[in-house]
Ligand binder design. Structure first.
Ligand SMILES: *Cc1c(COP(=O)(O)O)cnc(C)c1O
Length: 238
């Protein structure tokens, strides 16, 4: 199964799990003939208690993914000032009325999935005078309930976002949980190449090594680092 997360060994510490995941990322990178430094680990801290965030920081982690704006503010707004090299990435759906809050907190918004959201982010950028870095999320499995632009509409959305002045760095996808992820990763890579994009955010706890084989530059890992989450995965736009 594509998305079964390897259960962290019971009793292992968060620091141990970071070590193990980093090692596996490096091995997968080398096995694919890639420079392992070209794969960034994005630690996904949604639903995690404060102690887990502190442990990740103590383990040297600086790049984090969150899927809700408000929770991310609670987790990171105060820490931001103390940790200059912190990098925050929004990996959950974004409502247009939260575009300003999201752009103020996050370094990169990975979930641009419609022209209206590109327009809202562009308006924020014009108002604040700050560039906004984005990835376009592609619904590679064309799942009706899932966020992301349809693969055949991706080129147009990328073009639209660029025209509006957003810094489009790459693409992001979440393959259907019940399918082999490889073809989805390959499709994302193909869309990125034809649009001259270098960043590929793909791969989660259950499939990040596969994603690295297909060229992932960012893998988003939660449960393999922190254990199972309490909150069920209901996609919420907040
Ligand atoms: C929760 C989440 C992850 C992390 O999932 P795990 O299976 O716990 O590693 C990655 N990407 C997105 C978009 C998520 O919402």
């Amino acid at each position: 199964m594509a998305s079964s997360s390897p259960d962290p060994a019971p009793g292992s510490s968060i620091a141990d799990r970071f070590d193990a995941v980093r090692r596996r990322i490096a091995e997968a990178g080398r096995a694919a003939g890639r420079d392992p430094a070209g794969v960034a680990l994005v630690a996904v801290t949604k639903t995690q208690p404060d102690a887990a965030l502190a442990a990740a920081l103590a383990a040297g982690q600086r790049v984090f993914g969150e899927n809700r704006v408000q929770e991310a503010q609670a987790h990171w707004a105060d820490r931001r000032a103390e940790i200059p090299d912190l990098e925050l990435r929004l990996i959950g759906p974004l409502q247009t009325n939260k575009a300003g809050d999201a752009a103020a907190l996050f370094d990169v918004i990975e979930t641009l999935d419609r022209p209206k959201l590109a327009d809202a982010l562009a308006a924020v950028s014009e108002r604040t005078g700050r560039s906004i870095r984005v990835l376009v999320q592609v619904n590679t499995g064309s799942e009706p309930q899932k966020a992301g632009v349809e693969p055949e509409d991706a080129d147009a959305l990328i073009g639209h976002a660029r025209e509006r002045g957003l810094l489009v760095e790459g693409l992001m996808c979440i393959p259907p949980p019940d399918e082999a992820p490889g073809p989805h990763f390959a499709l994302l890579r193909k869309i990125a190449r034809r649009n001259g994009l270098s960043v590929l955010s793909m791969g989660m706890s259950g499939d990040y090594e596969t994603a690295i084989r297909f060229g992932a530059t960012h893998v988003r890992v939660g449960s393999a680092l922190f254990g199972e989450r309490n909150r069920p995965e209901t996609p919420s736009r907040d």
